[in-house]
Design a protein around this ligand. Structure first.
Ligand code: ADP
Ligand code: ASP
Ligand code: MG
Length: 404
């Protein structure tokens, strides 16, 4: 069997953890498997490097930031290869350049385009464990790029697809995918399995246990994933196309405290206004989520929407630039202290009353809803971030406690 195993930062945070992971790899290797390992940077190393950027030059170019961040993963793979060697197993570490993992040009949030498999296959042929840097790639200028925070999962899934691996295992610091973030939701429980579509919604709505692009890619190339703990042997969660279990109405709750709300007040109530507004934002790569437009009155209307907090400054600056020109409005209002809470589940599609049940849970704990957005398999609300904890627990327990 060819197995791709990915270990996140906490799983390789220190010497003891590195050897703990190395021993798991050795077990697979000794059974005669070909093993490709993908690693994140050790512990909080990526955050530490980003703090260094802030300290030296908060306006540093994205190119140089990526150059710096890729050192985190390079450190962990080299140390892991050394640990495997110390345990008597031949291993080689490779970075994105050596593999050749080609990405789009964008720094900080690039997408994998193609992976050369020749070098990895040669090393496997020579009976080595191959330890590959997660999160990084190389663009057409031969510069390092990174895939966005949490991107090592995507490296692992992309490698599993390119190598036609028999298994892709994502090892992390929790036992699998839960009905809510176990660090926030007290009664969260582990799911045995979840579909790609549900997992993709959960990941996109803030469940950081998997990088959302990794799920997108797993679905596209039919790579079944298992998410499990690197610290124990419990079974984990399967992420796949179809699940056998009785369909649950709601598979989980997710939250995202990294949201901000922008309201553009007093826009002209005319055709083309929304187009212009969101076109300007799209040109600056600002992703917009929940959108709410008021009914026109006195020839004007308001449009409110949420963006990622990291994009807030760029979004406001863009709108301010166009305010006197193509986008006439009275005021641009910003709210930072907001958070999103979502419920996700394929069973929602044909079930009226799910949204009402969620709103009731929020009413029960006195949380006001600022905005609402729904799709076939999710409902998202925007609330004050100071209420996030009680809101997410109340919503979770409304749907899950009876079955605990
Ligand atoms: P790694 O470094 O292994 O990639 P991450 O921190 O990226 O680990 O992802 C694991 C974390 O995801 C967990 O510690 C947990 O707090 C968080 N998480 C958020 N939502 C969920 C969920 N629904 N199920 C499990 N973990 C979740
Ligand atoms: N080290 C990177 C991060 O912290 C990538 C990852 O861990 O997946 O975001
Ligand atoms: Mg992660």
């Amino acid at each position: 069997m060819l197995i791709v195993k990915k270990f996140g930062g906490t799983s390789v945070a220190n010497k003891e953890r590195i050897f703990n992971v190395a021993k798991r790899i050795v077990e697979d290797y000794k059974k005669g498997n070909e093993v490709v390992v993908v690693l994140s940077a050790m512990g909080k190393q990526t955050d530490i490097l980003l703090d260094m950027v802030k300290d030296i030059n908060p306006k540093a170019s994205k190119r140089e930031i990526d150059m710096l961040l890729t050192t985190g993963e390079q450190t962990s793979v080299a140390l892991m290869a050394m640990a495997l060697d110390a345990l008597g197993v031949p291993a080689i570490s490779l970075n994105a350049f050596q593999v050749a993992m080609h990405t789009t040009s964008t720094y900080g949030n690039s997408r994998l385009k193609r992976i050369d498999t020749e070098r990895i296959l040669n090393e496997l042929e020579n009976k080595r464990v191959v330890v590959v840097t997660g999160f990084q790639g190389v663009n057409k200028l031969d510069d390092y790029t990174t895939l966005g925070r949490g991107g090592s999962d995507t490296t692992a899934v992309a490698l599993a697809a390119a190598l036609h691996a028999d298994a892709c295992e994502i090892y992390t610091d929790v036992d699998g995918v839960y009905t809510g973030d176990p660090r926030l939701v007290n009664n969260a429980r582990k799911l045995k399995e979840i579909t790609y579509d549900e997992m993709l919604e959960m990941a996109s709505l803030g469940a950081g246990v998997l990088h959302n692009r990794s799920v997108e890619m797993a679905k596209k190339y039919s790579v079944p994933l298992v998410v499990r703990s690197s610290l124990n042997n419990s079974e984990g969660t399967m992420v796949k196309e179809e699940i056998k279990m009785e369909k649950m109405l709601v598979s989980g709750v997710a939250s995202d405290a990294n949201a901000a709300r922008i309201s553009v007040i007093g826009l002209e109530d005319q055709p083309g206004v929304a187009f212009k507004l969101f076109h300007h934002l799209a040109r600056h790569d600002v992703n917009v989520d929940i959108i709410l437009q008021s009914i026109g009155r006195d020839g004007t209307k308001d449009i409110s929407f949420t963006v990622n907090k990291d994009d807030l400054e760029e979004a406001v600056a863009t709108l301010e630039r166009h305010r006197q020109g193509s986008l006439k409005c009275q005021k641009i209002d910003v709210e930072r202290n907001v958070a999103k809470v979502s419920i996700v589940g394929a069973g929602m599609m044909s079930n009226a009353g799910i949204a009402a049940k969620m709103f009731e849970a929020l009413y029960d704990v006195g949380v006001n809803i600022k905005m609402i957005s729904t799709s076939e398999i999710r409902v998202t609300v925007l609330i004050d971030d100071e209420h996030l904890n009680k809101a997410i627990n109340a919503v979770h327990d409304k749907f899950f406690t009876s079955r605990l």
